[in-house]
Design a protein around this ligand. Structure first.
Ligand code: NAD
Length: 359
């Protein structure tokens, strides 16, 4: 499979992770990419500017809930692999208005599964054997892990509960976002078990890096700090997230799509457990060094009311993908964060293109 020139259909390819995946496939492989995306507020074709002229890249503006349009694209492009990333992805938005999350993440995944199944059944033997459906999901489906609160005053995360999310951890989602993603994971497993649709699921920890929409913690903090606006932190800021540089995720995703075992789940993570407050302080320190302006950027930090149902800690055990597929992250949190801050400092055009859209 690795030596062939495959046609990979990516849903949500104008988003943060999808665009990183497409840039990676076009730059580093010989495969073709068909990107289908409805271009919601989070989708931005500017993120694909570097590769859009490639003759191996095609874009189609399509909603994954639209079965007939999906059907036509499948027939016209005959993909070998579906990589499904299209989703509503922001927890705060899911709390304010869960409907779009149910529509896209659950009904959209259902539509895509049904269209994939009928397309897969129509394929000739060899193509049918090769086909796979890769569903991209989150570690938030597992719920949260507890902090050891007595250690928090020590300002240390070294004594946190050692438990991690494994591929066997039961699902216990907290927010409308994670519940809708959990539902979509269940649908994919059911389509594999019931109809034998050749599928694989990956569950990844928090991503960060270039081209991330500035409603998520890291780009929000960078851009607010650059504009000397307050740096909002939910509650104490002690919540722990496990961070992965987006390009490491993109590399893992393609590896799983090409080499992963059908029917399996792979957790993907960066072994980078950090408290939100420490992430924000690290960004401030990098900015103090790169663009000093008299007072520390951390003076802009402002603690705001905590998010409803806020999970305390996520942490991924990524040993299965490391062991079975020989994937490891290339970036540490320190190298990845510095690259990310530098990218936002140097890409004001992309930032303007985002603010021109409806925030
Ligand atoms: P994103 O919000 O940046 O991008 C989502 C993309 O999907 C956008 O381009 C949007 O236009 C598109 N989209 C939304 N609804 C659609 C629909 N109905 N039809 C077609 N396209 C639609 O999200 P992201 O951060 O790139 O996340 C991508 C995937 O990875 C999601 O499934 C998310 O659950 C998962 N994930 C994200 C993270 C993270 O930290 N961002 C971590 C783990 C897993």
């Amino acid at each position: 499979m690795n030596n062939e020139q495959l046609k990979i259909l990516v849903t949500g390819g104008a988003g943060f992770i999808g665009s990183a995946l497409i840039r990676y496939i076009i730059r580093e492989t010989k495969h073709f990419v068909i990107n289908i995306d409805k271009l919601s507020y989070a989708g931005n074709l500017e993120s694909l500017r570097d590769i859009e002229s490639s003759d191996r890249y095609t874009f189609k503006k399509i909603d994954i809930c639209n079965a007939s349009q999906i059907n036509v694209v499948f027939k016209d492009t005959e993909p070998n692999i579906i990589m499904h990333l299209a989703a509503e992805s922001h927890v705060d938005r899911s709390i304010d208005g869960p409907k779009d999350f149910i529509t896209t993440n659950i009904n959209g995944t259902f539509t895509l599964l049904e269209e994939s199944r009928s397309y897969w059944l129509s394929l000739a033997k060899e193509k049918k054997k090769r086909f796979r459906f890769h569903h991209i999901s989150t570690d938030e489906v597992y719920g949260d892990l507890k902090l050891q609160k007595e250690d928090l005053d020590e300002n240390s995360i070294s004594d946190y509960s050692p438990s991690l999310f494994t591929e066997e951890t039961p699902y216990y989602p907290s927010s409308p976002y994670s519940a809708s993603k959990a539902a979509s994971d269940h649908l994919v497993r059911a389509w594999h078990k019931t109809y034998e649709l050749p599928s694989i699921i990956t569950n990844c920890s928090n991503n960060y890096g270039p081209y991330q929409f500035p409603e998520k913690l890291i780009p929000l903090i960078i851009l607010n700090a650059l504009n000397r606006k307050s740096l909002p932190i939910y509650g104490s800021g002690n919540q722990v997230r496990d961070w992965l540089y987006v390009e490491d995720h993109a590399r893992a995703l393609l590896k799983v799509a090409l080499e992963g075992k059908i029917g399996e789940t792979y957790n993907i993570g960066g072994h980078n457990e950090k408290r939100n407050i420490d992430v924000v302080n690290s960004i401030c320190e990098i900015l103090d060094e790169l663009i000093p302006d008299g007072r520390p950027h951390s003076s802009l930090i402002e603690h705001v009311n905590d998010r409803q149902g806020h999970d305390e800690r996520y942490a991924i055990d990524a040993s299965k993908i490391e062991r079975e597929l020989d994937w490891r992250p290339a970036e540490t949190f320190e190298t990845g964060l510095r690259k990310t801050v530098l990218w936002y400092l140097n890409n004001t055009n992309w930032i303007s293109s985002v603010y021109e859209k409806d925030l």
